[in-house]
Design a protein. Structure first.
Length: 107
């Protein structure tokens, strides 16, 4: 059974589409700590290199290291950057961003 509030939660696709733009904007913002910027650059370099912890040609597991790394870095960024800065760079549909926080608290 689903309740009424499930309809207002953001879809995974909507969230994934917004993350690259958010991360790019945060990397260019002078209010963001240098440690966060370093984590973003490190993530970008790891994703751009052909060397992976788990080779991409392994079916089902090939992209697992990439997904885990992106999740860890995004979580770190969202913890370290002030909430108002993240909201500013997220864009007009802040309810998607707020939905992410609600999901985490619901667990």
């Amino acid at each position: 059974m689903s309740d009424a509030r499930d309809d207002k939660r953001p879809s995974v696709v909507a969230t994934i589409k917004r993350l690259p733009r958010l991360l790019w904007r945060l990397a260019r913002d002078p209010r963001v700590p240098w440690t966060v910027k370093a984590a973003l650059v490190g993530m970008g370099l790891y994703l751009a290199t052909p060397i992976d912890l788990i080779p991409d040609w392994i079916p089902g597991l090939g992209y697992l290291d990439d997904v885990l790394l992106v999740g860890a870095v995004v979580g770190y960024v969202l913890r370290k950057v002030p909430r108002d800065v993240v909201r500013e760079h997220w864009g007009e549909d802040v309810e998607v961003l707020e939905g992410l926080g609600r999901r985490k608290r619901d667990r």
